[in-house]
Design a protein around this ligand. Sequence first.
Ligand SMILES: Cc1ncc(COP(=O)(O)O)c(C=O)c1O
Length: 323
Amino acid sequence: MDIKNGFVATVGNTPLIRLKSFSEETGCEILGKAEFLNPGGSVKDRAALYIIEDAEKKGLLKPGGTVVEGTAGNTGIGLAHICNAKGYKCLIIIPETQSQEKIDTLRTLGAEVRLVPAVPYKNPNNYVKVSGRVAAEMENSIWANQFENLANRNAHYETTGAEIWAQTEGKVDGWVAATGTGGTYAGVSMYLKDQNPKVRCVVADPMGSGLYSYVKTGEIKSSGNSITEGIGNSRITGNMEGAPIDDAIQIDDQECVRVIYQLLNQEGLFMGGSVGINVGAAVALAKQMGPGHTIVTVLCDGGGRYQSRLYNPEWLASKGLAI
Ligand SMILES: Cc1ncc(COP(=O)(O)O)c(C=O)c1O
């Protein structure tokens, strides 16, 4: 019998999908790790599970306890599902600029949701810092702290990275992904480099994020902005520290949207915005490396979470991104 033991056992082991139109266009194999097929709908289910199980193993999270986190949405959704499945409470602090779909989903899942103004990380009222303070003041609670908690990247080292290596039978030349916490990028890069130091590991970055300039010049500097959610950063998180980085590729929103609609119309894949940055960067990396290479990236979440924005022509036009 092939039966999964509940939500928790259903996280991970996602398919690796060949993106036909992008592969044909570049003469490379462009492969997307189908993280939108996780039971909570995103790549963040893996980090959420590892963070909770790490706290359980360390005796920090006790029955009836509360998991507190500051999140742009997907980590909160993963945590809320796992808290329900394991009998914990979940409290999420989220910037009010995030999509209504994600906020509504969190509430439907039973999480307590507190909206806070979107302010930069250096501001003490930034959502991440608020979540740390709230957790510190609450009895029987843990702060998931996904940006600094290395259980996050361990999830991707032990599962996502290992799965990609096994699924390609070690035939992977390039790995490219945008970073939010950096858990996915760092964990996978570290695993792949441990198997074969020649795998080219490249950070994909949206406009408005400082990592592209950091990789190119050593200085964190950003310009412009992006409609994408959950990615981009203006600091080196604990999860990114020590991660191998061979190069960085910047993708603007116009290219991101073009890629998203190619995924929808030619591949049949209904994807979230960060996937447009990832696949756009995979195509750029394929062009740099030349035909015959295998490039892997992540399909982080599905498009349903962005219906009112990315898939709303009027909203896109209001951002100067008419399709
Ligand atoms: C839609 C989406 N894509 C990409 C990421 C980035 O993943 P990571 O935090 O592992 O860098 C996130 C993180 O929240 C996300 O929500």
